[in-house]
Write a protein that binds this ligand. Structure first.
Ligand SMILES: Cc1cc2nc3c(=O)[nH]c(=O)nc-3n(C[C@H](O)[C@H](O)[C@H](O)COP(=O)(O)OP(=O)(O)OC[C@H]3O[C@@H](n4cnc5c(N)ncnc54)[C@H](O)[C@@H]3O)c2cc1C
Length: 408
C-alpha cells in the first residue's frame, strides 16, 4: 500500500463512475502515484447479476493491476468456444482455448460473474491510500480553468479536481457536455439474461465452454460461472425496440424468437422462468473524446454492441493506457490525455466496428447462413487463433506495465 506522502498531485483526479472501467482507472492511476476520487451515482458500488467473458487481453490488464489471480480462481477457464447452427443443430466453428492458446496470448479465456471482477477491483481500490471512493455522488457538469477542473454534483457541491475522467457509461453526462452527440442509438435488439443454478442445467449441457447458438435474427450464449455453481444464459433477439421497457420478462417472451430452432437452445432457455430484458445501445466510433483536462473512458468513449464480448476489456485497456501516459507525461494532463486518445482510438473503434459486423454473421438466414457456415467450417485452430491475435494480444502498454518502475 502506498502512503499519502508519496501522492504526486495536490488536487485529486476525479473519475466519474465506479463501474469496471472507472475502478480500474482509479487503481491504475493510484499505482502510478496519483491521488484519485471516484464519484459513483449509485448508493453503493456494484454490478448487475450477469456473466462476463474475460478474454486474455482483459485478464492481462487484471494481472497487471494485481487482481488477476482471485478473479481467475472464481471464474471458469474455458477449454473452447463453440459456435452452433440453430437451424440444423450442427457445429460451425470450434476455437480451442488450450495450452497453445494460453501460451500465445499469455492468459486463458475466462468466464466470470461480473460482480467478481468488479469486486476484486473495488477491494484493491479500498486498500489503496491513493483512492477515495464516494457513493451517492452524481456528476452533472464540469468547467475548466487554469487551476484544473470544477466538477458539479447533483447534491449541489462543486469539487475541485486536477483533471476529470468520464467513466460514466453508455449514457455518459461528461460525453453529453463534451460532444453533444445525442443519446446512444438502439441497436434494434434486446437481450434476455438469466443466471441458472447449475443443479438445473442437464449434465449433457454442462461443458467447460462458451456455447454460442446462432440463427435467423437471434443468438443464444451460455457458459458456467462462479466455480460451476451457476450458468449465465443470454438470448439476443433482433426486434422492434420502440416502447420496450427494460426489466423483468417471462420465459415465454424470451423463447418466441427461438420457436423454430433446433432443440438444445430451447432446452437451455426453458431453464429459467424469468429473464431480465435489456435494450442494446451503441454508437458509431468518433475521432475525439478529449477536451483539455477532461477525457472519456470505457463505454462513455466507445460503447458497442456486446456481440464481440469486449466492452469491459476495452475499458480495462483504456485504464492502463491512460495511467501509463499520465506517468510518462509526469502528470501533464493535456499531453497525457491527447496521447491516450491517440493510442486507443483505432483499436477501440476497430472493436466497435467488428462487433457491429457480427450482427450479420450471427443472425444470417438463407444463403447468407450457408455462406457463413462454409466460411467457418473447417477453419483450423491455428487459423482461428491467428485471426483473433489482433484482439487477444495485449497492447504494449499492458505488456510493459509491470516492467515500468512505479513512479513515487
Ligand atoms: C448484455 C451485455 C453483455 C456484455 N458482455 C460482455 C462481455 O462478455 N465481456 C466484455 O468485456 N464486455 C461485455 N459487455 C460490455 C461491458 O459490460 C461494458 O463495456 C462495461 O461494463 C463498461 O464499463 P464502464 O465502466 O465503462 O461502464 P459501466 O459499467 O456502465 O459503469 C458506469 C458507472 O458510472 C456510473 N454513473 C453513470 N452516470 C454517472 C454520473 N453522472 N455520475 C457518477 N456516476 C455515474 C454508473 O452508475 C456506473 O456504475 C457486455 C455488455 C452488455 C450490455
Amino acid at each position: 500500500m502506498r502512503g499519502l506522502a508519496t501522492i504526486r498531485n495536490p488536487q485529486p483526479i476525479i473519475v466519474s463512475g465506479g463501474g469496471i472501467g472507472g475502478l480500474a482507472c482509479a487503481l491504475a492511476l493510484a499505482q502510478k502515484g496519483f491521488g484519485v476520487t471516484v464519484c459513483e451515482q449509485a448508493p453503493q458500488f456494484g454490478q448487475v447479476g450477469a456473466g462476463l467473458q474475460v478474454a486474455p487481453n482483459a485478464l492481462s490488464v487484471l494481472d497487471a493491476l494485481g487482481v488477476g489471480a482471485p478473479i481467475k480462481q472464481q471464474a471458469v477457464l474455458l477449454e473452447e468456444m463453440l459456435m452452433m447452427d440453430g437451424t440444423n443443430g450442427e457445429a460451425v466453428l470450434r476455437i480451442p482455448c488450450d495450452a497453445r492458446f494460453r501460451q500465445r496470448f499469455g492468459n486463458p479465456y475466462a468466464v466470470a460473474h461480473r460482480a467478481d471482477v468488479h469486486g476484486a477491483l473495488l477491494r484493491a481500490c479500498e486498500a489503496h491510500d491513493g483512492v477515495q471512493l464516494l457513493t451517492g455522488t452524481r456528476i452533472t457538469r464540469y468547467e475548466q480553468d487554469a487551476g484544473g477542473v470544477l466538477v458539479s454534483t447533483d447534491n449541489g457541491e462543486t469539487l475541485r479536481a486536477a483533471a476529470l475522467i468520464g467513466a460514466d457509461g453508455v449514457r455518459s453526462r461528461i460525453r453529453q457536455q463534451m460532444l453533444d452527440d445525442g443519446d446512444p442509438v438502439c441497436a434494434g435488439a434486446v437481450i434476455y439474461r438469466a443466471l441458472v443454478p447449475a443443479a438445473r442445467m442437464p449434465p449433457d449441457l454442462q461443458h467447460p465452454r462458451a456455447t454460442l447458438w446462432v440463427g435467423p435474427d437471434a443468438h443464444l450464449i451460455y457458459y458456467p460461472v462462479r466455480g460451476w455453481t451457476e450458468f449465465n444464459v443470454g438470448a439476443t433477439v433482433n426486434r422492434e425496440v420502440a416502447g420496450i421497457v427494460e426489466g423483468e420478462a417471462s420465459r415465454e417472451e424470451a423463447e418466441i424468437a427461438f420457436a423454430e430452432w433446433t432443440q438444445v437452445p430451447q432446452r437451455v432457455l426453458s431453464l429459467s422462468s424469468k429473464y431480465q430484458r435489456y435494450v442494446i445501445r451503441h454508437r458509431e466510433p468518433v475521432g475525439n473524446w478529449t477536451e483539455g483536462k477532461v477525457t472519456l473512458l470505457g463505454d462513455a468513449a466507445h460503447p458497442m454492441v456486446q456481440y464481440i464480448a469486449q466492452g469491459a476489456a476495452m475499458a480495462l485497456e483504456d485504464a492502463l493506457c491512460l495511467a501509463a501516459e499520465l506517468d510518462a507525461a509526469n502528470g501533464c494532463h493535456e499531453t497525457a490525455f491527447a496521447r491516450y486518445q491517440e493510442s486507443r482510438i483505432v483499436r477501440s473503434a476497430r472493436v466497435q466496428i467488428s462487433s457491429a459486423m457480427l450482427d450479420r454473421l450471427y443472425h444470417a438466414r438463407g444463403v447468407e447462413r450457408l455462406v457463413r457456415n462454409s466460411m467457418l467450417e473447417g477453419r483450423s485452430p491455428d487459423e482461428s487463433h491467428e485471426r483473433l491475435a489482433w484482439l487477444f494480444t495485449p497492447p504494449p502498454y499492458v505488456r510493459d506495465w509491470a516492467r515500468e518502475p512505479l513512479s513515487s
